[in-house]
Design a protein around this ligand. Structure first.
Ligand code: NG6
Ligand code: CA
Length: 508
């Protein structure tokens, strides 16, 4: 069949002209949108069992698409998970891939394969809108007022509209391609993570100026922007600073523009939402809507944005050939720096669902995340219990699009295309997780390597999973990791510890 296809192309090309054929071939490739949320938990969506809030648009994706129950990010925080997504490499193989400050240099290599480059090589137009958090420029010291590079464009995106780090870190500005948006050259930006610069009030010195209180000891009490204390100090760039309440609309309109600009070429859009990461400051239309505080409101805001993207696809006639992946970069946290009602108005909502732990944790809730794949034709709908990791997206799309990977690149990324499209239920044999410690999931077993540290993180009140004893759980009957079976199955512990060691040899 394949041979026949290959042989017929030149003949048809002779008749219709080869550029038409190429256009035809290009057209058949699906557009791909990766919707990536920030700190959304396994139990935060109604299609994953939440009852205290409803997410009808995401539920619609899940209902018509493939909903995974055992999909993981590589890490329990943002930067490393995103590094793995972009490179196809476990982040702990490279030092300096932990949560980055807002002035960090780019950590993704520009001379290697990346997820957007795979699409680009297959003839796609690639775009990124939203949270970046993988560093910009070649050094911490950089001129925010000139051309800021390398960044997402050098990693493989033809177009980018981002904010540099997290919404709680300075500089609180958007960067479009290489330039800060709406910057007044007469009011240049300076950023400092070591000491206060400029004479603007900080959250620490002037807490009465804050519209949302910073939680004690978290450190979100430095430069105040839009009434919210941030991590880090900045001065200047007054006209360029964002208004948090507008953020979802800004990102959505940039995503919509990117979608509607696509004509003959297929596109890949990395739509990287900031919700429900702190500071949660939803738009007025969502404030108070969930009854669960601003965190719940932010989740409703995500659902709305997903609905708007679906509408944009329908309206532009692109819905029939667009594949959508929806997921999160790490697990949930309630108090991550601000008193925003997430704790006091939780109202019985369970952000982690049945899982134990949360963001930062090596327990399941740190890295097991919602993961939905939808395409009206290519993806067989249903529920998949296959083991998959986000690090696999790179190889899976490379395989699907026929893009060869240079040897040595994307070394941890496995081709799981048949699993992602629902044709196979057999996912990975094993994967490595990074949080408070390291863990190996193999079949239904999870082994957590012994580590030292607090059992519960004091600031966030999250169980870390630290234990000086090995931990072994049977996730098929105990996804909540309640019963440590390590003493009962010492041989299994040995086997999995050795397997983890083999993968992580040379760990940094
Ligand atoms: C932590 C911050 C937290 C959040 C996180 C990054 C403190 C005490 N807490 O260090 O508020 O910004 O980093 O989150 O500084 S992530 O989702 O981008 O990984
Ligand atoms: Ca995150």
């Amino acid at each position: 069949m394949k041979l026949l296809f290959v042989c017929t192309i030149p003949l048809v090309a002779l008749i219709f002209g080869s550029s038409d054929i190429l256009a035809q071939q290009k057209k058949a490739k699906p557009n791909v949108i990766l919707i990536y949320t920030d700190d959304l938990g396994y139990g935060d969506l109604s299609c994953y069992g939440a009852t205290k809030l409803q997410t009808p648009n995401i539920d619609r994706l899940a209902g018509r698409g493939l909903r995974f129950t055992r999909a993981y990010t590589t890490s329990a925080t943002c930067t490393p998970s995103r590094y793995a997504l972009m490179t196809g490499q476990y982040p702990w193989r490279k030092s300096g891939t932990g949560v980055l400050p807002g002035d960090a240099a780019l950590i993704v290599p520009t001379d290697k394969t990346s997820l957007p480059k795979v699409f680009r090589q297959a003839g796609y137009r690639t775009g990124m809108v939203g949270k970046w958090h993988l560093g910009l420029g070649t050094a911490v010291a950089k001129n925010w007022n000139g051309e800021i590079k390398p960044g997402p464009n050098e990693v493989g995106f033809d177009y980018s509209f981002i904010f540099p780090a997290t919404a709680d870190r300075v500089p609180t500005v958007f960067v479009e391609n290489h330039q800060v948006v709406a910057l007044d050259p007469a009011d240049p930006i300076e950023v400092n993570y070591k000491e206060k610069i400029g004479d603007e009030p900080t959250g620490k010195e002037h807490p009465q100026l804050l519209k949302m209180k910073a939680s004690p000891n978290h450190g979100h009490d430095q430069t105040i922007v839009n009434g919210i204390g941030r991590i880090g100090y900045m001065k200047g760039g007054k006209t360029a600073r964002w208004t948090d309440e507008e953020m979802p609309l800004t990102f959505l309109s940039k995503a919509e523009e990117f979608i509607s600009a696509a004509t003959s070429e297929p596109f890949f859009l990395f739509y990287s939402l900031t919700e429900p990461h702190v500071p949660r400051m939803p738009s007025t239309m969502f404030k108070g809507k969930s009854g669960l505080g601003f965190r719940g409101d932010a989740i409703l805001q995500i659902d709305w944005a997903v609905g708007e993207i679906l509408k944009a696809l329908e309206n532009s006639g692109k819905a029939a050939n667009t594949l959508i992946i929806f997921s999160s970069d790490n697990g949930p946290v309630l108090d991550d720096g601000y008193e925003d009602g997430a704790v006091t108005q939780l109202n019985g909502h369970r952000p982690a669902g049945v899982l134990r732990g949360g963001k930062y944790s090596i327990l399941e809730a740190g890295t097991r995340v919602p993961f939905i794949v939808y395409h009206p034709k290519l993806v067989k709908p249903g529920i998949s219990d296959a083991l998959v990791s986000q690090v696999d997206l790179l190889s899976s799309f490379a395989n699907f699009l026929g893009v060869p990977l240079p040897p040595g690149d994307a070394q941890d990324s496995q081709n799981q295309w048949a699993v992602l499209n629902g044709r196979s239920a057999k996912g990975r044999v094993s994967l490595v997780l990074q949080g408070a410690s390291y863990a190996l999931v193999q079949d239904n077993w999870k082994y957590i390597a012994p580590s030292k540290g607090p059992a519960v993180y004091q600031l966030t009140n999250i169980e870390s999973g630290h234990s000086e004893q090995p931990q072994l759980y049977d996730l098929s009957v105990d996804p909540g990791e309640r019963v440590n079976l390590a003493e009962r199955y010492p041989d299994k512990v040995k086997e999995l510890a050795a397997a983890l060691k083999a993968v992580t040899a040379g760990l940094q």
